[in-house]
Design a protein around this ligand. Structure first.
Ligand code: SF4
Ligand code: SF4
Length: 144
């Protein structure tokens, strides 16, 4: 009885294309906006630490290397990262010092190999030039 109920379903699927792909031998394109692996563009980082503060997985670590030289170290622990991209959203620079790529095949046999590290000098943001002052309104004609 149970086999009879199952048989039509089995026959239907025998002639269908597989629903899965032969990964990892066949790759699929990742969709636009895919959140892969975060990375730093050190030349843009002002070391505000917003990314470290807001990371829900505590995957970002920023420390002093040489305070006199304004030299810092950032480590992203990709073994902890949950790929939420909050660090990118929190980064206030424009363009963003914190970015996320579409890499997802980053598995390793040792979690310490998943550490990404940068040692860099804090970026200096140049103040924007002041906007030109609006022309003064013409003085009102004195009434007779
Ligand atoms: S993507 Fe999310 S979990 Fe990963 S480092 Fe950024 S804020 Fe943390
Ligand atoms: S990456 Fe962005 S949010 Fe993180 S410390 Fe640098 S400037 Fe601040």
């Amino acid at each position: 009885m149970r086999i009879a109920a199952f048989l039509p379903e089995l026959l239907r699927h025998l002639f269908k294309k597989p629903a899965t792909i032969d990964y990892p031998f066949k790759k699929i394109a990742v969709p636009p906006g895919f959140r892969g692996t975060p990375y730093l563009r050190p030349e843009l980082c002002i070391v505000c630490k917003a990314c470290e503060r807001d990371c829900p997985a505590e995957a970002i670590e920023i420390s002093d290397v040489d305070p006199a030289e304004k030299r810092f170290r950032m480590i992203i622990h990709n073994d902890r990262c949950i790929h939420c991209a909050q660090c990118v959203d929190s980064c206030p620079t424009n363009p963003k010092a914190m970015q996320i790529d579409n890499l997802h095949e980053i598995a390793a046999d040792d979690r310490h190999k998943l550490k990404a590290e940068w040692i860099y000098v804090r970026a200096v943001i140049k103040p924007k030039a002041a906007a030109p002052a609006a022309p003064a309104a013409p003085a009102a004609e004195p009434k007779a």
